[in-house]
Structures are given as structure tokens and as C-alpha cells.
Design a protein around this ligand. Structure first.
Ligand code: G6P
Length: 601
């Protein structure tokens, strides 16, 4: 949440910082601001709303060589100009990603010392605390160090001090921050897209380390303010992965990459032989229970995995959203593996759940997309999904890559527990090979889903129903639709509708009914008939053409083994949500109130 960028170098920095912020807007877009040094003075420009609102206010031709910028996802105080970052108090100007939990106590202390505050933010308190500590310590590094020890919460900070107009200082704890160098200067940023046009080499700042950047070099200080040797990491992805490449939206581009993402994720762990699965997932044998913990769509992949692993591998799986799991009593023991699923690897609640398990000496495994992200670094085992950078706030291809990993894990666990015979295993392997083609075929069939979207986009509410695995698919279908189109879309277990929700069905209320599991397909069809009898507008999504017509529209999806089926089920639902949002003129890649990387609790 919130994107920060800083640059100091030999070249005009405002275009660099502004362009960097553009690539990080997925992290928040409630307001934006830049502080830059010009005429030996710190100047601040900020605006409410998206970054574009800042563009006209900036003079990109002035020769400023040092700046920090911010794009905000509001936590403390409204999304207005006063609360926009950077925040300046006394000699310190700060951009911040994270949350300071003890900011009220700190603010009260600073008010007593005579400080005054203009905004409602926790960030302004950091600026004041830095200024106060600077007065005591008379040294910038020492002041930052003292401040760091007084802050409780999460923070990635870019800091300017008016007594030192040649350096940017940075600090992080539990919020992401990378540093990078190129011939013309040095960067700090929340994420790789901000630097990728200049370099693919970056440095990861560790928790509680402080960095100092000037036009010549980056210096990192450890917890004891001792200089630390710098270690570079290389980003291997392509530059074009953070560009739209002719697509109207990142979301559409990313859906169109799903066949490639599936292939790359499979190829990283499976060469067609069970031996390769054993090499990559052999460590799972040690565990008798799994707790899968995640947020949002990643949580939905955990709901699907629970159904698959329990059915096919006979292993107990408990799936829970991270914000609940982190505060509840957990019945895990040494036989339990806690699996954290996260695209960004930075989601605050998922990270906290991981730390809780580690604290209780329970082993953890991360299924993560972003290399070296916090969750990846802290888990005992890491399995990387190969989705590449995902920019649209609503996840699509990363979701598919997470499902792909769970398919492989299910196959492996089912195999070692002797729950699948040879023929079934061979059929699954055949389906794995076929899947990229089938994914492509479904994407190519987009006009069918778009036509349906054109019929239902004006509705105020849309229901999704399904049983078992298809209920899990419904959860994700409903989330995709609501998050980008703002239509109230809710998922229900098909059999549960008549216990209350059916009263909401009116003439032509759209119901998207999913039925792919042949064992219970007839049961779901009976439930659909019940709602059809109440004049719902039924969109039936299935891998099997039914014998009679009980629907208004039919989306036929490809049929594969249930271990892989959900990957194909979600594609029409993603494209349907996309077109509904487009018809409603919503900001598809940056939906209202959301952010991609949720680094606050
Ligand atoms: C946000 C995103 C979702 C994502 C969730 C978890 O809400 O908008 O698309 O599923 O966070 O994010 P993670 O990075 O942990 O997968």
C-alpha cells in the first residue's frame, strides 16, 4: 500500500520520480506528492486523487537532482491534499508506506514539546519525531536511528533533511523497499517496476537498516549504524512485463498471459515425471496437516486447494483468511505445515500469520510470486509462482499460477499416498500438457462472455452459486466482478440458497451457476431449477452440456481432471467481470478504494 520513489543523481530527477510513481500507482491512488530540492530548498507539490492530477503542477524542466515522491492509499485521514505525502515538520520531509501503531502516543508527546500538526496522518508524526530527535542528537543518522526505535508498526520511509541537501535517507521495517543504482544516480522504491527502465540490479534493504543515497553511492547501515557490505540482486523478468503492450488494460493483458504463466509455472517444478515432483515437493511428506493462510484471491486458491488435497490426498487441510488466523487460537503442532499464499509476498496479515507460526516453532511454506519479498524471505520453504509482474489491482494470472502450484501439490500428495491409480495419474499428466492450449481457446472465446456481460452489466446485484469446488470458483468469480465493477456480487453454496438468500431472487436477477464436478452436478442443477422457477436470469457455466435447458445463457468450458479444472473455470468469469466493468466505465486497473499490495493490517 502506498508507493514511494526517491532519486538522487546527476540528471533532472522530476521526470524520473514521476515516471517511477506511475509504475507504482497500483499500490494506491488516493493522492500523490513530490518533494524536491531546488535552489537549495525543499519544495513540496501535492494533489488529491490520481497521480495525473499532479502532472500539471510539476515543472519537469527545472533542474532538480534530488526528490522523493509518494502515491497514497489512505489509512489515517481522508484522501485530501492536506493528508497527502510528503509531510514536512521542521527540517524533515518524509514519504511513508505503512502504519505507525503508536502514533497517537507519539503525537501527544510531541504536542507537549510544542509541535503542531496540519494533517491527520501518522506520517506527519514521524517527520516531527525525526526533527525532535535531531535536535537532541544533532546528527541525521543518529536521529533516524533513535526514531526507528520509537516507532511501532510498519514503515518504509524516504527522508529529506534541509540540513543535508545532497542525500536521501531511507529506512524500512515490514514494508517493502528496494534500492538501485544506474550511471546517472541512485534510487529508492517500493517495487521493481519503478526502476526497471534504468537497471535490473537492485538491493534489498533489510528490516531496520538505514540507507543513505547520494549521486555517487548508496551506503547501508545495519542496526548498530555500522556500514554493511552491499549485495545486489538481479531481476530476470522482461521490461515489457510492466507495460500494456497494446492492450487497453493491464487486466486484459494479464488474462491473455495465463497460458504462458501456466506453462512456466509447470515447467519450473514438473518435467512430466513424478520424480521431478518428488524433487520439488518431497519435503511435504513430513507433514500430516496443512493450514493454508492468505488474503483475497490468494485465500480462494486455498479454499480450492483444501477441497482438492482433502479429496485426492486424504490429508486434512484448514484454510483461513490471514486477518482472522493471526489472532485466533491455532491447533497446529509439529505435524502441521502452515502454507502462506501471496502474489506480492508483502501482504501485512499474511506476513503476520507467518510470523505467528514461526514464533510458535511451526514450519512454514510460502507460495509467492515476488522474488525475495518479505514472506518469501521469512518462510522455511518457498515455492515461487511464475506469473511475472502483475500490475492490475485485481489479480488474474497470479491467481492462475497459484492454482497451478496447488494442482501439482495435490497430484504429488495423492500419488505418494497411493490415492490415484496409474491410469488417472497419466490422464492428469495428459491434461497438464493440453492445458495451455485449452486456456488459449477459452480466452479466444471472449465474445461469448462479452455478449453475456452486455446483458447483465446494469444490474445492481449478481449472484454466483456452486457446490464444493464450484463454490470456491464462485467465490473468486464474485470477488472479481465486485472489485472492478462495484456491483454487489455474492457467492453462495448452491444448496444453501433456499435457507434465506433465495428471497433476494427477483424477476431477471442474474445468477451465475457453476457446475463442473460431475459427482454433484445433478444436485446443483436441481438448485438452479429452483431459482429458475423464481424467474432468475441464469447463466450456466459448466464443462458438460446439459440434457435440458434450464438456463438463459450457457458458457461451455473445457473439461479436464478436477485437479486442474478450476484453472479453466475462472477464465470466462474473469473476462465477464472485465467486460461488465468496462461497460460501466469503471477504472478497471485501479478500482476505487483498493490497492494491490496491502501492506497494512
Ligand atoms: C489485494 C489484491 C488482491 C489480492 C490480495 C492478497 O486485496 O487486490 O488481488 O488477492 O490483496 O494479495 P497477495 O499479494 O497477498 O496475494
Amino acid at each position: 500500500m502506498c508507493g514511494i520513489v526517491g532519486f538522487v543523481g546527476k540528471t533532472n530527477c522530476l521526470p524520473i520520480v514521476y515516471n517511477g510513481l506511475e509504475t507504482l500507482e497500483y499500490r494506491g491512488y488516493d493522492s500523490a506528492g513530490i518533494a524536491y530540492i531546488y535552489n537549495n530548498k525543499i519544495n513540496i507539490i501535492k494533489e488529491k486523487g490520481k497521480l495525473i492530477n499532479l502532472k500539471d503542477k510539476l515543472d519537469f524542466n527545472i533542474s532538480s537532482k534530488i526528490a522523493i515522491g509518494h502515491t497514497r492509499w489512505a489509512t489515517h485521514g481522508n484522501a485530501n491534499k492536506t493528508n497527502a505525502h510528503p509531510h514536512q515538520v521542521g527540517k524533515f520531509t518524509v514519504v511513508h508506506n505503512g502504519i505507525i501503531e503508536n502514533y497517537i502516543d507519539l503525537k501527544n508527546k510531541l504536542l507537549k514539546k510544542g509541535y503542531q500538526f496540519k494533517s491527520e496522518t501518522d506520517t506527519e508524526v514521524i517527520s516531527a519525531l525525526l526533527d525532535y530527535n535531531y535536535k537532541l542528537e544533532k546528527d541525521i543518522l543518529k536521529s533516524i536511528n533513535k526514531t526507528k526505535n520509537e516507532l511501532v508498526g510498519s514503515f518504509a520511509l524516504g527522508i529529506l533533511c534541509s540540513d543535508d541537501i545532497k542525500n536521501i535517507y531511507a529506512l524500512r521495517y515490514s514494508s517493502p523497499l528496494i534500492l538501485a543504482s544506474f550511471t546517472n544516480g541512485n534510487f529508492l522504491a517500493s517495487d521493481i517496476p519503478a526502476i526497471i527502465n534504468y537497471t535490473n540490479k537492485y538491493i534489498l534493504l533489510d528490516d531496520l537498516e538505514i540507507a543513505k543515497l547520494n549521486e555517487d553511492k548508496i551506503t547501508i547501515y545495519n542496526k548498530d549504524l555500522k556500514e554493511k557490505k552491499i549485495k545486489y540482486h538481479i531481476f530476470n523478468g522482461e521490461k515489457t512485463s510492466v507495460q500494456k503492450n497494446g492492450y487497453e488494460h493491464f487486466m486484459l493483458k494479464e488474462i491473455n498471459e495465463e497460458d504462458k504463466v501456466f506453462k512456466e509455472t509447470i515447467n519450473s517444478y514438473f518435467d512430466g515425471t513424478l520424480k521431478s515432483l518428488n524433487e520439488n515437493f518431497g519435503f511435504l511428506k513430513k507433514y500430516k496437516k496443512f493450514d493454508i493462510v492468505a488474503c483475497g484471491s490468494a485465500y480462494h486458491t486455498g479454499v480450492i486447494a483444501k477441497s482438492l488435497i482433502e479429496n485426492y490426498a486424504n490429508i486434512i487441510v484448514h484454510t483461513e483468511v490471514a486477518s482472522e488466523y493471526r489472532y485466533k487460537k491455532c491447533f497446529y503442532d509439529k505435524d502441521t505445515l502452515v502454507i502462506l499464499v501471496s502474489q506480492s509476498g508483502e501482504t501485512a496479515d499474511t506476513l503476520a500469520a507467518l510470523r505467528k507460526a514461526k514464533n510458535d516453532k511451526i514450519k512454514t511454506m510460502a507460495i509467492v510470486n515476488v522474488l525475495d519479498s518479505s514472506i518469501a524471505r521469512e518462510a522455511d520453504y518457498v515455492i515461487y509462482t511464475k506469473a511475472g509482474p502483475e500490475i492490475a489491482v485485481a489479480t488474474t494470472k497470479a491467481y492462475v499460477s497459484q492454482l497451478t502450484i496447488f494442482s501439482l501439490i495435490t497430484l504429488y500428495l495423492a500419488y505418494i499416498n497411493n490415492n490415484l491409480d496409474k491410469i488417472e495419474i497419466n490422464n492428469i499428466i495428459k491434461d497438464i500438457k493440453l492445458l495451455p492450449k485449452l486456456i488459449k481457446k477459452e480466452i479466444k472465446n471472449y465474445q461469448t462472455y462479452y455478449n453475456i456481460a452486455d446483458k447483465i452489466y446494469h444490474n445492481k446485484q449478481i449472484f454466483f452459486i456452486g457446490r464444493g469446488l464450484d463454490y470456491a470458483n464462485s467465490l473468486e468469480g464474485a470477488l472479481k466482478l465486485k472489485e472492478i465493477s462495484y456491483i454487489n456480487s455474492v457467492a453462495y453454496q448452491a444448496g444453501e440458497l433456499k435457507h434465506g438468500t433465495i428471497s433476494l431472487i427477483e424477476n431477471k436477477t442474474p445468477v451465475i451457476a457453476i457446475a463442473t464436478d460431475e459427482l454433484i452436478i445433478d444436485k446443483t442443477i436441481s438448485n438452479i431449477k429452483e431459482i429458475k422457477a423464481r424467474n432468475a436470469y441464469v447463466i450456466y457455466v459448466s464443462n458438460t452440456k446439459p440434457k435440458d435447458i434450464f438456463y438463459d445463457d450457457f458458457i461451455q468450458i473445457e473439461k479436464v481432471h478436477p485437479i486442474l479444472q478450476s484453472i479453466l473455470t475462472i477464465i470466462p468469469l474473469q473476462l465477464l467481470a472485465y467486460k461488465v466493468a468496462k461497460n460501466n466505465k469503471c477504472d478497471i486497473d485501479k478500482p476505487r478504494n483498493l490497492a494491490k499490495s496491502v501492506t497494512v493490517e
